[in-house]
Write a protein that binds this ligand. Structure first.
Ligand code: URA
Length: 212
């Protein structure tokens, strides 16, 4: 086991042993994929199927994620996939603020260990962890830079399963992913960073979320 694998194993054990974390009645879904890849997809919380199999994104949303990855010639085992909240909220409800708060430090450490160049948050809960002022309908598919990494927020696949317009936009954003990884979309990144600062200035009282 190399150093990275060992650190992730320790993190997994710590997470499993932390009985103060909420949602103890559900299984732990840690994350999976290539731990040396340059991109990490971060969803919200496991659903029913994920809870059963203890793997992220293996239900209907996961099938769509796999399909969209396939359309750009990628395979799920070549990227890393996880969630902020690592246990399933009952009845597939949205994760609460307290649940997100409780699991956040573990995601931060997981990111630090894997050290991806790009993080693609899936859906607004995950996006707002990285970009507290972003709005998913406005900012999905745009590139931000924070904590030394690029953040590329995407619609949650579940939203795309509910609306064709969302699916089309998500598909377009996936098509741009290879160029985002290769750093071919720099000019836009800078413009968007400027925009992000404006957004920050407009809400000076809201503290920035702690990142990594
Ligand atoms: N939705 C998520 O946000 N994460 C999963 O793992 C599955 C569905």
């Amino acid at each position: 086991m190399n150093e990275k694998e060992e650190k992730l194993r320790q993190l997994f054990e710590e997470l499993r042993g932390d009985k103060k974390l909420p949602l103890q009645e559900s299984n732990l879904v840690f994350g999976e994929g290539d731990i040396n890849c340059s991109i990490m997809f971060v969803g919200e919380a496991p659903g029913q199927r994920e809870n059963e199999l203890k793997r992220p994104f293996v239900g209907r949303s996961g099938q769509l994620l796999d399909k969209l990855l396939g359309e750009i010639g990628w395979k799920r085992e070549n990227v890393y996939i996880t969630n902020i909240v690592k246990r399933r909220p009952p009845e597939n409800r949205d994760p609460s603020e307290e649940e997100i708060e409780a699991y956040k430090p573990y995601l931060a450490r997981q990111i630090e260990i894997i050290n991806p160049k790009i993080i693609a948050p899936l859906g607004r809960f995950s996006m707002n962890y990285f970009l507290p002022f972003a709005k998913i309908s406005r900012d999905q598919g745009k590139i931000f830079e924070t904590g030394g990494r690029l953040i590329y927020p995407l619609f949650h696949p579940a939203a795309a399963l509910r609306a064709t317009t969302v699916l089309n936009e998500l598909r377009e954003s996936f098509k741009r992913l290879p160029d985002v990884i290769l750093g071919k979309i720099k000019e836009e990144t800078l413009t968007l960073n400027a925009k992000k600062k404006e957004v920050k200035r407009a809400s000076p009282d809201v503290p920035q979320a702690k990142l990594f």
